[in-house]
Design a protein around this ligand. Structure first.
Ligand SMILES: *Cc1c(COP(=O)(O)O)cnc(C)c1O
Length: 340
Protein backbone atom coordinates (compact mmCIF):
# COMPACT_ATOMS: atom_id res chain seq x y z
CA UNK A 1 0.00 0.00 0.00
CA UNK A 2 1.30 3.45 -0.90
CA UNK A 3 0.01 5.40 2.05
CA UNK A 4 -0.68 9.10 1.47
CA UNK A 5 -3.44 9.42 4.08
CA UNK A 6 -1.18 11.51 6.30
CA UNK A 7 2.43 12.36 7.11
CA UNK A 8 1.82 10.75 10.51
CA UNK A 9 1.96 7.23 9.03
CA UNK A 10 5.75 7.18 8.62
CA UNK A 11 7.68 4.50 10.52
CA UNK A 12 10.77 5.46 12.54
CA UNK A 13 13.91 4.74 10.52
CA UNK A 14 16.98 2.82 11.67
CA UNK A 15 18.75 5.92 13.05
CA UNK A 16 15.68 6.73 15.16
CA UNK A 17 15.44 3.18 16.47
CA UNK A 18 19.13 3.25 17.37
CA UNK A 19 18.73 6.64 19.06
CA UNK A 20 15.85 5.26 21.12
CA UNK A 21 17.86 2.18 22.08
CA UNK A 22 20.87 4.11 23.31
CA UNK A 23 19.11 7.15 24.82
CA UNK A 24 20.25 8.41 28.22
CA UNK A 25 17.14 8.55 30.40
CA UNK A 26 15.88 9.68 33.80
CA UNK A 27 12.53 10.56 35.37
CA UNK A 28 11.24 13.47 33.32
CA UNK A 29 8.54 14.37 35.86
CA UNK A 30 11.49 15.19 38.15
CA UNK A 31 13.11 17.03 35.21
CA UNK A 32 15.88 14.41 35.19
CA UNK A 33 15.70 12.99 31.67
CA UNK A 34 18.75 14.38 29.84
CA UNK A 35 17.41 13.44 26.41
CA UNK A 36 14.09 15.20 26.99
CA UNK A 37 15.95 18.21 28.37
CA UNK A 38 18.14 18.31 25.29
CA UNK A 39 15.13 18.00 22.98
CA UNK A 40 13.34 20.84 24.76
CA UNK A 41 16.43 23.07 24.52
CA UNK A 42 17.01 22.30 20.85
CA UNK A 43 13.33 22.74 20.01
CA UNK A 44 13.18 26.13 21.75
CA UNK A 45 16.22 27.19 19.75
CA UNK A 46 14.61 26.01 16.50
CA UNK A 47 11.54 28.20 17.02
CA UNK A 48 13.31 31.08 18.77
CA UNK A 49 11.63 30.88 22.18
CA UNK A 50 13.04 30.91 25.73
CA UNK A 51 11.71 27.47 26.59
CA UNK A 52 9.84 24.43 25.32
CA UNK A 53 7.95 21.43 26.64
CA UNK A 54 7.83 17.92 25.15
CA UNK A 55 4.20 16.76 24.94
CA UNK A 56 2.70 13.42 23.85
CA UNK A 57 0.69 14.91 20.97
CA UNK A 58 -0.06 18.08 19.08
CA UNK A 59 -3.59 18.04 20.38
CA UNK A 60 -2.35 18.08 23.97
CA UNK A 61 0.03 20.93 23.14
CA UNK A 62 -2.80 23.05 21.74
CA UNK A 63 -5.08 22.25 24.66
CA UNK A 64 -2.43 23.10 27.24
CA UNK A 65 -1.77 26.42 25.50
CA UNK A 66 -5.47 27.30 25.48
CA UNK A 67 -5.79 26.49 29.15
CA UNK A 68 -2.68 28.37 30.23
CA UNK A 69 -3.44 31.54 28.24
CA UNK A 70 -7.08 31.94 29.30
CA UNK A 71 -9.62 32.06 32.12
CA UNK A 72 -12.89 30.11 32.34
CA UNK A 73 -15.68 31.29 30.10
CA UNK A 74 -13.57 33.54 27.89
CA UNK A 75 -13.84 33.52 24.13
CA UNK A 76 -11.28 32.23 21.64
CA UNK A 77 -11.14 33.53 18.09
CA UNK A 78 -10.22 30.90 15.50
CA UNK A 79 -10.76 30.18 11.82
CA UNK A 80 -13.80 27.99 11.15
CA UNK A 81 -11.62 25.39 9.40
CA UNK A 82 -8.84 25.28 11.97
CA UNK A 83 -7.72 22.02 13.54
CA UNK A 84 -8.64 23.19 17.05
CA UNK A 85 -12.20 23.80 15.83
CA UNK A 86 -12.69 20.74 13.62
CA UNK A 87 -10.56 17.93 14.95
CA UNK A 88 -9.88 18.23 18.67
CA UNK A 89 -13.21 17.01 20.08
CA UNK A 90 -14.20 20.49 21.17
CA UNK A 91 -11.23 20.46 23.52
CA UNK A 92 -11.21 24.23 23.98
CA UNK A 93 -14.58 23.79 25.70
CA UNK A 94 -13.64 20.59 27.51
CA UNK A 95 -10.17 21.49 28.78
CA UNK A 96 -10.10 25.27 28.88
CA UNK A 97 -13.79 26.19 29.41
CA UNK A 98 -13.67 28.45 26.36
CA UNK A 99 -16.35 29.60 23.96
CA UNK A 100 -15.38 29.78 20.31
CA UNK A 101 -15.77 32.75 18.00
CA UNK A 102 -15.31 31.15 14.62
CA UNK A 103 -14.52 33.28 11.61
CA UNK A 104 -14.27 32.40 7.95
CA UNK A 105 -10.78 33.71 7.36
CA UNK A 106 -8.86 34.18 4.12
CA UNK A 107 -5.97 31.70 4.15
CA UNK A 108 -7.27 30.69 7.59
CA UNK A 109 -5.89 33.78 9.32
CA UNK A 110 -8.40 36.28 10.69
CA UNK A 111 -7.67 39.76 9.35
CA UNK A 112 -7.10 42.67 11.77
CA UNK A 113 -10.62 43.89 10.83
CA UNK A 114 -12.14 40.49 11.64
CA UNK A 115 -10.30 40.40 14.95
CA UNK A 116 -11.51 43.92 15.81
CA UNK A 117 -15.06 42.85 14.92
CA UNK A 118 -15.05 39.64 16.96
CA UNK A 119 -13.17 40.99 19.96
CA UNK A 120 -15.20 41.22 23.15
CA UNK A 121 -14.09 43.46 26.01
CA UNK A 122 -14.65 42.04 29.47
CA UNK A 123 -17.47 43.71 31.45
CA UNK A 124 -20.29 42.75 33.79
CA UNK A 125 -22.09 40.83 31.03
CA UNK A 126 -19.33 39.68 28.73
CA UNK A 127 -16.55 37.21 29.44
CA UNK A 128 -13.94 38.88 27.22
CA UNK A 129 -11.73 37.51 24.48
CA UNK A 130 -8.97 35.37 25.94
CA UNK A 131 -7.16 33.94 22.94
CA UNK A 132 -6.47 34.17 19.23
CA UNK A 133 -5.51 30.80 17.76
CA UNK A 134 -3.78 30.66 14.36
CA UNK A 135 -2.59 27.71 12.26
CA UNK A 136 0.44 27.26 9.97
CA UNK A 137 0.54 25.36 7.70
CA UNK A 138 -3.22 25.46 7.43
CA UNK A 139 -4.26 21.85 7.12
CA UNK A 140 -7.94 21.94 6.15
CA UNK A 141 -7.42 24.74 3.66
CA UNK A 142 -4.86 22.62 1.82
CA UNK A 143 -1.54 22.86 3.67
CA UNK A 144 -1.25 26.61 3.07
CA UNK A 145 2.12 28.11 4.04
CA UNK A 146 1.06 31.28 5.82
CA UNK A 147 3.34 34.27 5.32
CA UNK A 148 4.99 35.77 8.45
CA UNK A 149 3.47 39.19 7.62
CA UNK A 150 -0.05 37.77 7.76
CA UNK A 151 0.62 36.09 11.12
CA UNK A 152 2.19 39.30 12.44
CA UNK A 153 -0.77 41.46 11.36
CA UNK A 154 -3.22 39.18 13.17
CA UNK A 155 -1.00 38.92 16.26
CA UNK A 156 -0.59 42.69 16.42
CA UNK A 157 -4.37 43.18 16.25
CA UNK A 158 -4.79 40.73 19.15
CA UNK A 159 -1.96 42.18 21.22
CA UNK A 160 -3.34 45.73 20.86
CA UNK A 161 -6.29 44.35 22.82
CA UNK A 162 -4.14 42.39 25.31
CA UNK A 163 -5.22 39.08 23.76
CA UNK A 164 -2.50 36.39 23.68
CA UNK A 165 -1.85 34.44 20.48
CA UNK A 166 -1.20 30.72 20.10
CA UNK A 167 0.04 29.24 16.84
CA UNK A 168 -0.91 25.68 15.97
CA UNK A 169 2.21 24.97 13.96
CA UNK A 170 1.80 21.21 13.68
CA UNK A 171 3.54 21.57 10.29
CA UNK A 172 5.41 24.82 11.08
CA UNK A 173 8.63 23.61 9.43
CA UNK A 174 6.76 22.82 6.22
CA UNK A 175 5.65 26.45 6.17
CA UNK A 176 9.17 27.73 6.90
CA UNK A 177 10.58 25.49 4.16
CA UNK A 178 8.00 26.54 1.57
CA UNK A 179 8.47 30.24 2.35
CA UNK A 180 12.25 29.90 2.75
CA UNK A 181 12.27 31.77 6.06
CA UNK A 182 13.53 30.66 9.49
CA UNK A 183 10.74 29.14 11.60
CA UNK A 184 11.58 31.73 14.26
CA UNK A 185 10.55 34.52 11.89
CA UNK A 186 7.06 33.01 11.64
CA UNK A 187 6.76 32.49 15.40
CA UNK A 188 8.29 35.80 16.44
CA UNK A 189 4.96 37.67 16.85
CA UNK A 190 3.08 34.89 18.73
CA UNK A 191 3.10 34.00 22.43
CA UNK A 192 3.21 30.23 22.05
CA UNK A 193 3.63 27.67 19.31
CA UNK A 194 3.06 23.94 19.03
CA UNK A 195 4.78 21.82 16.40
CA UNK A 196 4.68 18.08 15.73
CA UNK A 197 7.75 15.84 15.59
CA UNK A 198 5.51 12.96 14.51
CA UNK A 199 4.41 14.35 11.13
CA UNK A 200 6.69 15.19 8.22
CA UNK A 201 9.76 15.04 10.45
CA UNK A 202 9.18 11.34 10.97
CA UNK A 203 9.36 10.78 14.74
CA UNK A 204 7.18 7.97 16.10
CA UNK A 205 5.64 10.10 18.88
CA UNK A 206 5.54 13.58 20.25
CA UNK A 207 5.12 17.29 19.77
CA UNK A 208 6.61 20.40 21.31
CA UNK A 209 4.94 23.38 22.95
CA UNK A 210 7.17 26.45 23.08
CA UNK A 211 6.98 29.92 24.62
CA UNK A 212 8.60 32.04 27.30
CA UNK A 213 9.85 30.62 30.63
CA UNK A 214 6.79 31.67 32.64
CA UNK A 215 4.40 30.17 30.08
CA UNK A 216 6.29 26.88 29.90
CA UNK A 217 6.41 26.61 33.70
CA UNK A 218 2.62 26.82 33.81
CA UNK A 219 2.34 24.54 30.76
CA UNK A 220 4.40 21.88 32.58
CA UNK A 221 1.88 21.83 35.45
CA UNK A 222 -1.04 21.67 33.02
CA UNK A 223 0.60 18.79 31.14
CA UNK A 224 0.72 16.93 34.47
CA UNK A 225 -2.93 17.79 35.12
CA UNK A 226 -3.95 16.28 31.79
CA UNK A 227 -1.97 13.11 32.51
CA UNK A 228 0.89 13.95 30.17
CA UNK A 229 3.74 13.75 32.69
CA UNK A 230 5.99 11.00 31.36
CA UNK A 231 8.84 9.21 33.10
CA UNK A 232 11.83 7.80 31.13
CA UNK A 233 10.56 9.66 28.07
CA UNK A 234 14.06 9.96 26.61
CA UNK A 235 13.29 6.68 24.83
CA UNK A 236 10.74 8.50 22.65
CA UNK A 237 12.39 11.93 22.80
CA UNK A 238 15.61 10.57 21.24
CA UNK A 239 13.94 9.84 17.87
CA UNK A 240 12.33 13.27 18.24
CA UNK A 241 15.78 14.84 18.48
CA UNK A 242 16.77 12.95 15.33
CA UNK A 243 13.58 14.20 13.68
CA UNK A 244 14.67 17.82 14.14
CA UNK A 245 17.48 17.04 11.71
CA UNK A 246 14.95 16.11 9.02
CA UNK A 247 13.71 19.68 8.53
CA UNK A 248 16.05 20.05 5.56
CA UNK A 249 14.36 17.10 3.83
CA UNK A 250 10.82 18.51 3.87
CA UNK A 251 11.45 20.16 0.52
CA UNK A 252 11.45 16.68 -1.02
CA UNK A 253 7.89 16.10 0.24
CA UNK A 254 6.89 19.43 -1.29
CA UNK A 255 8.45 18.49 -4.63
CA UNK A 256 6.54 15.21 -4.52
CA UNK A 257 3.32 17.08 -3.77
CA UNK A 258 3.79 19.28 -6.85
CA UNK A 259 4.54 16.23 -9.01
CA UNK A 260 1.48 14.47 -7.62
CA UNK A 261 -0.77 17.52 -8.12
CA UNK A 262 0.37 17.98 -11.73
CA UNK A 263 -0.36 14.34 -12.48
CA UNK A 264 -3.70 14.19 -10.64
CA UNK A 265 -4.86 17.32 -12.48
CA UNK A 266 -4.85 15.21 -15.65
CA UNK A 267 -7.17 12.57 -14.18
CA UNK A 268 -10.72 12.62 -15.48
CA UNK A 269 -13.02 14.42 -13.00
CA UNK A 270 -10.27 15.47 -10.55
CA UNK A 271 -10.15 19.16 -9.62
CA UNK A 272 -6.80 19.73 -7.89
CA UNK A 273 -5.87 22.61 -5.59
CA UNK A 274 -2.34 23.81 -6.23
CA UNK A 275 -0.21 22.63 -3.28
CA UNK A 276 1.96 25.00 -1.25
CA UNK A 277 3.51 22.29 0.94
CA UNK A 278 2.97 18.52 1.30
CA UNK A 279 -0.83 18.42 1.14
CA UNK A 280 -2.80 17.96 -2.08
CA UNK A 281 -6.58 18.46 -2.00
CA UNK A 282 -8.67 17.02 -4.81
CA UNK A 283 -12.34 17.74 -5.41
CA UNK A 284 -13.86 14.66 -7.06
CA UNK A 285 -17.38 15.95 -7.75
CA UNK A 286 -16.89 15.72 -11.52
CA UNK A 287 -16.11 12.00 -11.37
CA UNK A 288 -19.80 11.55 -10.57
CA UNK A 289 -18.75 9.27 -7.70
CA UNK A 290 -18.94 9.62 -3.92
CA UNK A 291 -15.59 10.16 -2.20
CA UNK A 292 -15.88 6.68 -0.62
CA UNK A 293 -16.14 5.09 -4.04
CA UNK A 294 -13.14 7.03 -5.34
CA UNK A 295 -11.08 6.01 -2.30
CA UNK A 296 -12.17 2.38 -2.73
CA UNK A 297 -11.06 2.33 -6.37
CA UNK A 298 -7.68 3.72 -5.37
CA UNK A 299 -7.39 1.23 -2.53
CA UNK A 300 -8.01 -1.63 -4.97
CA UNK A 301 -4.84 -0.40 -6.66
CA UNK A 302 -2.87 -0.16 -3.41
CA UNK A 303 -3.14 3.60 -2.92
CA UNK A 304 -4.49 5.13 0.27
CA UNK A 305 -5.67 8.74 0.58
CA UNK A 306 -8.21 10.17 2.98
CA UNK A 307 -11.65 11.76 2.86
CA UNK A 308 -11.41 15.46 3.68
CA UNK A 309 -14.85 16.95 3.16
CA UNK A 310 -18.06 15.97 1.39
CA UNK A 311 -16.43 16.01 -2.06
CA UNK A 312 -12.75 16.34 -1.25
CA UNK A 313 -9.84 13.94 -0.80
CA UNK A 314 -6.49 14.68 0.82
CA UNK A 315 -3.17 13.21 -0.33
CA UNK A 316 -0.32 13.96 2.05
CA UNK A 317 3.21 13.29 0.84
CA UNK A 318 5.65 11.98 3.42
CA UNK A 319 9.18 10.66 3.86
CA UNK A 320 8.16 7.02 3.45
CA UNK A 321 6.90 7.54 -0.13
CA UNK A 322 9.60 8.08 -2.74
CA UNK A 323 9.33 9.70 -6.17
CA UNK A 324 8.74 6.22 -7.63
CA UNK A 325 5.88 5.83 -5.18
CA UNK A 326 4.30 9.07 -6.40
CA UNK A 327 4.62 7.89 -10.00
CA UNK A 328 2.98 4.59 -9.03
CA UNK A 329 0.10 6.56 -7.48
CA UNK A 330 -0.37 8.46 -10.74
CA UNK A 331 -0.33 5.20 -12.73
CA UNK A 332 -2.93 3.75 -10.37
CA UNK A 333 -5.18 6.81 -10.67
CA UNK A 334 -4.87 6.77 -14.45
CA UNK A 335 -5.76 3.08 -14.55
CA UNK A 336 -8.75 3.63 -12.24
CA UNK A 337 -10.28 6.77 -13.74
CA UNK A 338 -8.56 7.54 -17.05
CA UNK A 339 -7.25 10.91 -18.12
CA UNK A 340 -9.37 13.86 -19.17
C1 LIG B 1 -2.05 16.82 13.40
C2 LIG B 1 -2.43 18.18 13.79
C3 LIG B 1 -2.64 18.51 15.13
C4 LIG B 1 -2.64 17.50 16.24
O1 LIG B 1 -1.56 16.69 16.36
P1 LIG B 1 -1.70 15.22 17.00
O2 LIG B 1 -0.29 14.89 17.36
O3 LIG B 1 -2.28 14.35 15.94
O4 LIG B 1 -2.57 15.32 18.19
C5 LIG B 1 -2.94 19.82 15.43
N1 LIG B 1 -3.05 20.75 14.47
C6 LIG B 1 -2.86 20.48 13.17
C7 LIG B 1 -2.95 21.57 12.17
C8 LIG B 1 -2.56 19.17 12.78
O5 LIG B 1 -2.41 18.90 11.48
Amino acid sequence: MIDLRSDTVTKPDETMREAAGSAAVGDDVYGEDPTVNELEARAAEAVGTEAALYVPSGTMGNQIAARVHTERGQEAIADRKSHVVKYELGGFAQHADLQLRMVDAERGVPSPEQIAGEYVAEDLHRPGTGLLCLENTHNARGGLAIEPERIAAAADAAHERDVPVHLDGARLFNAATALDVPAAEITDPVDSVMFCLSKGLGAPVGSVLAGNEAFIERARRTRKLLGGGMRQAGIIAAPGLRALENVSELETDHEHARLLADGLARIDGFDVQEPETNIVLVDVTETGLETDAVLERLRERDVAATQFGPTTLRFCTNRDVSRDGIEAVLDAATAAFGTA
